[in-house]
Design a protein around this ligand. Sequence first.
Ligand code: CP
Ligand code: NVA
Length: 306
Amino acid sequence: MSARHFLSLMDYSPEQLSSLLRRGIELKALRDRGVLFEPLKGRVLGMIFEKSSTRTRLSFEAGMIQLGGQAIFLSTRDTQLGRGEPVADSARVMSGMLDAVMIRTYAHSTLTEFAAHSRVPVINGLSDDLHPCQLLADMQTFLEHRGAIKGKTVAWIGDGNNMCNSYLEAAVQFDFNLRIACPEGFEPNPAFLALAGNRATVMRDPREAVKGAHLVSTDVWTSMGQEEETARRLALFAPFQVTRELLDLSAPDVLFMHCLPAHRGEEISLDVLDDPRAVAWDQAENRLHAQKALLEFLVAPAYQPA
Ligand code: CP
Ligand code: NVA
């Protein structure tokens, strides 16, 4: 199938990614000025969720409506996908009726398989491996607050999870240095580490990782699907909590990001989201603007009048 997809940051060139970020900023300004902009009138996005979501569902659904289109929420609990209809069959059927499909799933192979049989663009709304839409929002947020991230130092503190893997891809595509501080045994997938090459370093000491960093980012210690490991993870990750004192070791103009949802008292201290260096609320709002830019790029413009 020849549709263009967005399963990973590596699907696009650095130039395409930069222009998406700039477009996200423009679309944000349009909305702030109250300008109606509906290039996707009559277009429909299907949103398949195998896992919970607040931001991803809302930003895609609101984004489609604001662009003049519609979005349909499809939980695997209620569709035949959840009763074993093959992914390839579902892709053939759904892509005959929809203009794009967003999928939040467990195995990344569900996304690649769906995309291989889809006539329309498929967007990764999070898999066990990657969360590229969140990185669009994170990179847009950095650009708005501090300008280009090229050549800067980013510290990832905590689990080498799907978000960390996407930060590794971002290090390649946006050309920054990534220091990852994680407990032994919780390193990111070696394939993503290899991709980042000498742009990425794995460390054990979060203080060393944040030293002089321009961006510090973290995420939950237990991702969706890992709930049974929660108690073990709580104990192992305790030294990796991001606190105001930890941020004090970073660059004076450091930004702190968290993709949310946050667990205060676990990966972050009770007060760190209230710190002026934290930009998590802007980051969450930018999911909307960045993904509107992505939808505009991926979904064909409005139908012509008959
Ligand atoms: N950050 C993020 O993807 O949030 P949701 O799980 O609420 O979609
Ligand atoms: N790593 C987290 C991100 C949630 C947005 C998870 O996969 O649950």
